[in-house]
Write a protein that binds this ligand. Structure first.
Ligand code: ATP
Length: 136
């Protein structure tokens, strides 16, 4: 069996990754999924979280916000609403998004959509985390 699979990560804006990988971890709705070559076919919805894939033994990180993953034995395709590599992340923007979300969560305003603010906070936290994982 091949020791790598093809990994494609696409957003509405662009192709973010088109590469081979030995392993990928993806944030499924029910927790992280580890995929190796030859994995049984499946389709899963993605949560907000981190994608980590290994190529030539090196880890690569991406922040991802929702989407779907299709897993086939030789190919993993991820269609995400947003996906960024560490060097693409605007840290200041993520910090500002985080502060806005925190303010909303603290507010007593009855029109506040708390769930939306929680997801914005989660997206900002994941971006800040992944931004700190730039390749040396
Ligand atoms: P913001 O409030 O700053 O727009 P958001 O979490 O609402 O943040 P999303 O709706 O998740 O943003 O993403 C919208 C688009 O902006 C996507 O293309 C995403 O890749 C990009 N994006 C969002 N935040 C950042 C960031 N901090 N750095 C780089 N790109 C970002």
């Amino acid at each position: 069996m091949a020791d790598v699979f093809q990994l494609e990560i696409v957003t509405p804006e662009k192709q973010v990754v088109s590469d081979t990988a030995e392993e990928v971890q993806i944030p499924g709705k029910k927790g992280y999924l580890g995929i190796l070559p030859g994995h049984a076919p499946l389709i899963t919805e993605l949560a907000v979280g981190e994608i980590i894939y290994r190529k030539d033994g090196q880890p690569h990180y991406l922040a991802v916000a929702w989407g779907f993953a299709e897993v086939l034995p030789t190919k993993v395709t991820i269609l995400a609403e947003a996906a960024e590599r560490p060097e693409e992340i605007d840290v200041r923007r993520a910090q500002e998004a985080r502060e806005r979300a925190e303010e909303r969560l603290k507010s007593q305003d009855p029109t506040t959509d708390y769930e939306r603010a929680l997801y914005a906070l989660k997206r900002a936290d994941v971006r800040l985390d992944v931004a700190g994982k730039k390749h040396p």
